[in-house]
Ligand binder design. Structure first.
Ligand code: NAD
Ligand code: TYD
Length: 378
């Protein structure tokens, strides 16, 4: 493979994937295809934008004609598809946009790739359509152990002192889809289309389902960057419900490394779950974040806990996500590289050191979106 399109490359995870591929594979042509919605930001890629093996194309993934033309012009061999509407709270307010981009956009890419690849003498030989999805398609798990238990898995470098599981069930690759939010319903639908293109037309597809990511360049409507920024500005921290919901957190660069491994060595038509066995109750995670930000800003440690404000719960708020990534660890030898406490420290430092990046988003052009989200949280 030589000519690779990465969709959504100006977003949070996509920018880390683009950076990794551009730096690691000078022999590939990397085409970052992104519509630049509110969540797309080319400032995320400043350090690699002048590299000779990198190109940015502004395009809506729903534009079938334009993408079909691009497949031909660039002789695309591989697609790593991350472009999506990604925020659950927005999907509750505006589900149509999620169906359009996540479902119709994915279908449009699949059909254009099919037409182009089937027109070649080698057909699907050496081609790959890799779709990035989420653990949220599996629905929500029970919290059978509210205080947490030692998880049955001990393989992970991301396990920290905390290292707790809040139930005995996990999401496996075989877990039945059961999405609850418009976001996860749209992602689930797109996953089904990708698998259908393999089963019906023989397209070489792969799907991965990853847990919550955190790290640099995440849009500050999501929990971690929103709260770091609010602590810095002494603004309230809107905790949904009682803060008891559990998420399974993975450092974004570990996700990007998994994507690299799976794109090159994953088996066609397989699904891989990606996660670091790193479950946290929101309120516990928020307290770790507060401590870290306070320490790095020179505030008395924990003093920003007074900013915690419990607000109305998110509608249909999934209780617990927990990924079992044993298959990926065993088959491809992937392991998360960071312990969670290190990852959070690195992340908080990055946001505090890159205040200009944050300020550009939370002021001016972007302010409208940011304020809408904030008001909605109240
Ligand atoms: P993000 O919202 O930060 O970025 C999405 C990117 O897609 C943006 O650059 C945006 O401009 C682009 N985009 C949106 N609509 C588009 C369209 N119609 N045409 C072209 N580009 C469009 O999202 P993210 O958090 O980086 O997530 C990337 C992918 O990973 C998504 O598919 C998401 O479902 C999946 N995922 C995310 C997480 C997470 O924790 N963030 C976890 C698992 C899976
Ligand atoms: P989020 O970052 O939106 O990711 P997702 O909904 O995809 O898991 O939220 C992570 C968790 O934090 C989720 O349980 C909702 C909660 N949350 C809050 O309590 N307050 C907030 O302001 C936000 C954005 C999220």
């Amino acid at each position: 493979m030589k000519n690779i399109v990465i969709t959504g490359g100006a977003g949070f995870i996509g920018s880390h994937v683009v950076r990794l591929f551009v730096n690691k594979y000078p022999e590939y042509n990397i085409i970052n295809l992104d519509k630049l919605t509110y969540a797309g930001n080319l400032a995320n890629l400043k350090d690699i934008e002048d590299k000779p093996n990198y190109k940015f194309v502004k395009m809506d993934i729903c534009d079938f004609e334009a993408f079909y033309q691009l497949m031909q012009d660039e002789k695309v061999d591989g697609i790593i598809h991350l472009a999506a509407e990604s925020h659950v709270d927005r999907s509750i307010k505006d589900p149509f946009t999620f169906a359009r981009t996540n479902v119709m956009g994915t279908l449009s890419l699949l059909q254009a790739a099919k037409l182009y690849w089937e027109s070649l003498p080698e057909k699907y030989e050496g081609k790959r359509f890799y779709h990035i999805s989420t653990d949220e398609v599996y629905g929500a798990l029970e919290m059978t152990h509210p205080e947490g238990i030692e998880p049955p898995f001990t393989t992970t470098a991301s396990s920290s002192e905390h290292h707790l599981a809040y139930g005995t069930e996990f999401f496996y690759e075989t877990t039945k889809y059961n999405p609850h939010s418009p976001y996860s319903a749209a992602k689930a639908s797109s996953d089904h289309f990708v698998r259908a293109y393999h089963d019906t037309y023989g397209m070489p597809t792969i799907v991965t389902n990853c847990s919550n990511n955190y790290g640099p360049y995440q849009f500050p409507e999501k929990l971690i960057p929103l709260f770091i920024n609010n602590i810095r500005h002494r603004k309230p921290l809107p905790v949904y419900g009682k803060g008891e919901n559990v998420r399974d957190w993975l450092y974004v660069e570990d996700h990007a490394r998994a994507i690299d491994m799976i794109f090159h060595n994953g088996k066609i038509a397989e699904t891989y779950n990606i996660g670091g066995f790193n479950e946290w109750k929101n309120i516990d995670l928020i307290k770790v974040m507060i401590k870290t930000v306070d320490r790095l800003l020179g505030n008395p440690e924990g003093s920003s806990e007074e900013l915690i404000t419990y607000v109305t719960d998110r509608a249909g708020h999934d209780l617990r996500y927990a990924i079992d990534s044993t298959k990926l660890q065993k088959e491809l030898g992937w392991e998360p590289s960071l312990q969670f406490e290190e990852g959070i420290e690195k992340t908080v430092r990055w946001y505090l050191d890159n205040q200009e990046w944050m300020d550009n988003i939370t002021s001016g052009e972007y302010e409208k979106y940011y304020d809408d989200m904030y008001r909605m949280n109240k």
